[in-house]
Design a protein around this ligand. Structure first.
Ligand code: URA
Length: 229
């Protein structure tokens, strides 16, 4: 790979920025100062910027606390998308959201350019756990819980897998629901099927990833390779 492309891939800067950095002699490859952006380098070369090693990044994994009002898409003609939270240095990579949250849903959304990881979490075959905090208009009754926990049938006849419910407040209007599937508007439709209505929906867990408490809405962090394994 060309040196300038390698540096852009690793998030050092845009093509123009890295070319200027290279020309200033700030890059060394195996202890040799290189001023040509088109030199070919590989993952085995030791590349430094101002003496600091730049390791090759295969894939980027990001955790966003999605705010309401943005759509989960790479592009949208009408609305702002979650891509606006991706750090500038990674904008040139093919990062996409892992699954989808509705425009008014908040909480945990992963983004990555690792297609295999994305597929692993999203494929219906893998039944990855998703936990949502749900705020409802009406209190949930024991009968509602029983129906949802034993596999509710939606208004259009769609059958849902059993989903565990945990009551979080005295009024029984705030609950945690654990799903192992991801049908369109599923949580909203499940509660609509028992005559209730979701007023706030926040995803707090996806697989083994738990929304970090310190992550405020609109904040995004990079998840390390160790977290992924
Ligand atoms: N279920 C919904 O209804 N909406 C979401 O955004 C996610 C799950």
């Amino acid at each position: 790979m060309r040196l300038d492309k390698y540096l852009v891939h690793c998030g050092v800067g845009s093509r123009k920025e890295v070319q200027s950095i290279i020309k200033k002699g700030r890059i060394e490859v195996n202890d040799n100062q290189l001023k040509k952006p088109n030199v070919h380098v590989s993952n085995d070369d030791v590349i430094t910027l101002d003496g600091e090693r730049i390791d090759y990044i295969d894939y980027v994994y990001l955790m966003l606390n999605k705010p309401a009002g943005v759509v989960t898409a790479v592009e949208d003609a009408m609305h702002e998308t979650v891509m606006k939270f991706v750090p500038e240095r990674y904008r040139h990579r093919s990062i996409v959201p892992v699954g989808r949250l509705d425009k008014d849903t908040t909480g945990l959304l992963l983004l990555t350019d690792d297609g295999q990881f994305n597929h692993l979490l999203m494929s219906p075959k893998h039944h990855v756990k998703k936990v949502y905090e749900v705020t409802l208009v009406e209190s949930v009754s024991d009968m509602d819980i029983e129906q949802i926990e034993s596999g509710i049938v939606l208004k259009d006849g769609t059958h849902c897998q059993p989903a565990a419910i945990k009551i979080m407040d005295e009024d029984t209007k705030v609950v945690h629901i654990e799903l192992t599937e991801g049908k369109y508007h599923q949580v909203k439709r499940m509660f609509a099927a028992v005559g209730n209505r979701v007023v706030q929906l926040k995803r707090i867990q996806l697989g083994s990833y738990i929304l970090e408490e310190k992550l405020t809405e609109g904040s995004i962090i990079e998840i390390s390779k160790e977290d992924i394994q």
